[in-house]
Design a protein around this ligand. Structure first.
Ligand code: ADP
Length: 551
């Protein structure tokens, strides 16, 4: 028997219409650069998105066509999120930190027809443009007065002219909710980048998870500093979720420096922010220099940390300096990205802060919509006993089924699970602890050592800026941990000091066999440690603990 309920499609345009109707005057604060701040509202953004959508139609963008962006977090990028997807096209947010060849590869792979770009990316675009095969035109995200002369192999249009000259769409098209809405490529630390194609339905469902109380708790009372780029997994879905709940959005533009973020949080009364650990390390380099009175200027309540494991030091500092709660979240481009979120349970009421930090340094529990489980190498499901690490697999309506260009379901096993490539423990309450990427795990004498745990511990040392742990060859144990450390600027620190600091906090046999110091560590375009490069670099490293090698 069919139900008798309305079956309105879950569309991205409906999020925007809702924000315009119920939160019309809530602000969107957009910093285009260090000098230019544009203050707009959900009502104005909706109108401009409707104009831009009709301009896209006039430019010949058909339903399903891909529209690329090379852009920071600004109100224009936000308008494009809604205009392109809302009119039935696919928004492809290109990560400008990729190598130019990779950008060329993914724009061609996606067969993007238009490229919208911030002026700061004009030199990059000029470099990449000759490789691009499908692009019919380029749109500079600026006013007419700012439009530069560029050497591009196609027409150069002006964003503000497009918006000003177009009649707004009379209404947003009623698409099928499974229509593709946006496309993000994973940064491809191995092989070529792969495209994840989201739908209107997956995006709207994911937004509800962000707004749920045991999700990210985003709500109309929040003022959100979006310190995660809109070219990184749709800024973790916040541009959509903020419209769903009518939150204020503060878009910082290109500068994510610590001082800048602090000042924006203070001036815009931000209650909520999100970013990768590196951004917060920069934030604290500034915040720790301030006195208590200056720090009291913030009214920050919650900070989402994800993309890499949240070091305990970050969790502690947000709590101690600002009384702000760190919500660690785990996910990936393939999971939209929210999959596990670290909130507390009734049994945590009143526990000592130190114990609460232990919980917060885990990656959290599955939210409704994402099923999770760990499996061994033979594909057998492992118990959630907190002792048996296995590959984490996920399934649910906002998890990828196949990469762009593949047949639906191509990435799933017979039971519909997607293998994440992450190794995890799950405890009896369902809290996940990511211990490694499967290719990064250190296998010492048949047992696994978590490089992430060791890295987090090392960065807890006050003189350590960043740390990486890789497995180095050992003739007896196959692999032993090698700790690679970037000291804080100007700090003098020895290997013994760091090992001393670590030794009471970790099992003895997990302790690194050697420590080396470097000036910087290699990163991927999304700010993660590039372990493949480190392994190449330290391929011949001789561990002092290896008698066979030492002889
Ligand atoms: P990339 O393009 O760099 O692969 P993703 O955002 O898709 O970008 O990366 C997803 C991966 O990032 C996950 O598979 C996991 O290894 C890592 N990751 C994300 N969040 C966390 C977290 N909270 N703790 C540990 N690792 C994380």
């Amino acid at each position: 028997m069919n139900a008798l309920m309305q079956d309105n499609a879950l569309l991205i345009s409906s999020l925007l219409e809702h924000a315009a109707r119920h939160h019309p005057d809530v602000e969107i604060v957009s910093h285009l650069d260090m000098r230019t701040c544009v203050r707009t509202t959900w009502r104005k953004a909706t109108l401009r998105a409707a104009r831009l959508a009709s301009a896209l139609r006039t430019l010949g963008i058909q339903p399903g066509a891909r529209v690329a962006t090379l852009a920071w977090n600004t109100h224009r990028h936000l308008e494009l999120y809604y205009a392109a997807s809302g009119m039935g096209a696919v928004l492809h947010t290109v990560n400008p930190r990729l190598f130019p060849e990779q950008i060329g590869y993914i724009v061609n792979h996606a067969a993007d027809e238009l490229v919208f770009f911030d002026l700061g990316f004009a030199p990059l675009l000029e470099q990449v443009a000759p490789q691009l095969k499908s692009v019919k035109g380029f749109v500079a995200m600026c006013s007419r007065a700012e439009l530069p002369a560029l050497n591009l192999p196609g027409p150069l249009l002006c964003y503000e002219d497009l918006v000003a000259d177009a009649e707004p769409l009379a209404e947003w098209p009623s698409l099928d909710e499974n229509t593709a809405s946006s496309l993000c490529y994973t940064s491809g630390t191995t092989g070529n980048p792969k495209g994840v194609l989201y739908s209107h339905r997956s995006t709207v469902l994911h937004s509800w998870a962000a707004c749920a109380a045991d999700g990210l708790q985003l709500c109309a009372r929040d003022s959100v500093l979006l310190a995660v780029p809109m070219f990184h997994v749709n800024a973790w879905g916040i541009p959509y979720a903020a419209a769903m709940c009518g939150a204020k959005l503060v878009l910082p533009g290109p500068d994510l420096g610590g001082e800048r973020l602090f000042n924006l949080m203070r001036d815009e009364r931000c209650t909520f922010s999100l970013g990768v650990p590196t951004v917060w390390l920069g934030f604290f380099q500034h915040a720790e220099k301030l006195d208590a009175a200056a720090r009291a200027g913030l009214c920050l309540e919650r900070v989402v940390v994800g993309g890499s494991a949240a070091p305990r030091a970050i969790v502690e500092k947000f709590e101690h300096l600002f009384g702000a709660y760190v919500i660690q979240a785990w996910g990936m481009t393939e999971t939209s990205p929210l999959a596990t979120i670290c909130n507390l349970l009734p049994r945590h009421d009143g526990i000592p802060l130190e114990e609460r930090f232990d919980v917060q340094t885990r990656q959290g529990r599955a939210i409704f919509g994402v099923e999770i489980a760990v499996f061994d190498a033979e594909g057998r499901r492992l118990p959630a006993d907190d002792h048996t690490p296995g590959e984490l697999k996920v399934r649910g309506p906002w998890v990828v089924s196949a990469y762009y260009g593949q047949e639906p379901g191509a990435e799933l096993d017979a039971n519909g699970w997607f293998a994440t490539g992450d190794v995890a423990l799950i405890d009896k309450d369902g809290y996940v602890q990511i211990t490694d990427r499967s290719k990064d795990v250190i296998k010492s004498g048949g047992e696994w050592i978590s490089s992430i745990d060791l890295e987090n511990l090392a960065v807890g040392h006050p003189k350590v800026k960043e740390a990486a742990v890789i497995g180095a060859y050992h003739s007896k144990w196959q692999e032993r941990p090698l700790l690679i450390v970037v000291p804080n600027e100007g700090a003098e620190v020895t290997a013994a000091e760091i090992l001393d600091f670590m030794q009471d906090r970790v099992a003895r046999w997990w302790m690194p066999d050697d420590v080396v110091f470097v000036d910087e560590l290699p990163h991927t375009a999304t700010g993660k440690l590039l372990k493949t490069r480190l392994r190449e670099q330290f391929q011949g490293h001789r561990l002092p603990t290896d008698a066979a090698v030492a002889d």
